[in-house]
Write a protein that binds this ligand. Sequence first.
Ligand SMILES: Nc1ncnc2c1ncn2[C@@H]1O[C@H](COP(=O)(O)OP(=O)(O)OP(=O)(O)O)[C@@H](O)[C@H]1O
Ligand SMILES: [Mg+2]
Length: 401
Amino acid sequence: MQSGKIVVENLYKVFGAEPQEAIDLLKQGWSKERILAEKGAVIGVSDVSFSVEEGEIFVLMGLSGSGKSTLIRLINRLIEPSGGNVYIDGQNVAKMPKAELIDLRRRDMSMVFQSFALMPSRSVLDNAAFGLEVAGKSKKVREERAMQVLKQVGLDTFAHKMPHELSGGMQQRVGLARALAVDPSMIIMDEAFSALDPLKRREMQDVLLELQKTDRRTIIFVSHDIEEAMRIGTRIGIMEGGKLVQVGTPQELIDNPANDYVRNFFNTVDTNRYLTAGQLMANSVPIYVHNGKAPDAQTVCQELQALDKHYAFIVDEQNNFQGSISLEKIALLVEGGTSCGLDGDVLKQINPIAENTPLDQVIERLVDNEGPIPVIDEHGHYSGAISKGRLLTRLQGESHE
Ligand SMILES: Nc1ncnc2c1ncn2[C@@H]1O[C@H](COP(=O)(O)OP(=O)(O)OP(=O)(O)O)[C@@H](O)[C@H]1O
Ligand SMILES: [Mg+2]
């Protein structure tokens, strides 16, 4: 068995009279369309396996009808699986007695839905405290805790209002507060922010990310919005026709989409934001090797002029970065008549950046630094250079060179 906070193993959900028959036919290679046509059974979830690590936000993405809601309902067993297992903290939920299951859901696993499902005749505070009331906590305890979580979602001053006095975004904050109140280690969120306008949705994503910094809960978040998925997801699982077709970090999915269905999700996304130094670098800076003897200033000067390059990098024989020098500086050295080698104090020291450095940090470094920045691979060896000009051409869309 895989390890993880939540482990899903060969999970199936068939809506129909003969689920086992349908599963056997799937295993024989029948398509879900054929099973529907000939057997009248709907395949909701088909042979899904994955695991979610503690503290992770795992986003489930997929088109309408791909099985996202069914899958999460199987995880907390709001619906019964037709086959397979779900382990939470190593315990098999699929085999858990009902009473134990209800207890687990109340205590440790909250849900947040798209429809806020607030109780209209109760105050914001009472709505937020609802889970604690069900758990039998005293009025004092639950009101204190409810106030605490309302504060966390920025709604403490609205505690005594009624739900209808709040905007949609605020109502969803109450939904989130209610989920947080019981202090669950897991939260399942099904299109929780989908009913909100883009601005409010972003705001809620920020609230969630902020909360995760202090109390790291394990969250499964269903979304059909790729921007949202990439913004909040530690990893994303992509569902297609009941199957989980790919799981990976946003970067992994962009770099190696398993098929066109996955690739299409990213067509509308500005993937530039997810670029790393390794993808941005080029061999645009001439390299000179210090092989025990420093490169000669005069030679380098002439070569840079001929190449119309303004900088050179010096590396040693093991390809370790030694320093940078500008044509301007070399020209001064040569003019001064000193026939000298390019090493030591003559060179400008620059801290190289690693290939996996994200774009925003690359930009920060470029702003602070005159000239190009060296990039090193995972072994610390020089692998390329990023200049301001290089970055601009990449961001303007010359991504396929
Ligand atoms: N109770 C049910 N009875 C019969 N079929 C069902 C039932 N619930 C879901 N299905 C079917 O299972 C499939 C997956 O549905 P599901 O609601 O999980 O999709 P989804 O990915 O959540 O879609 P959406 O993005 O629209 O919410 C669909 O074909 C759906 O029609
Ligand atoms: Mg759904």
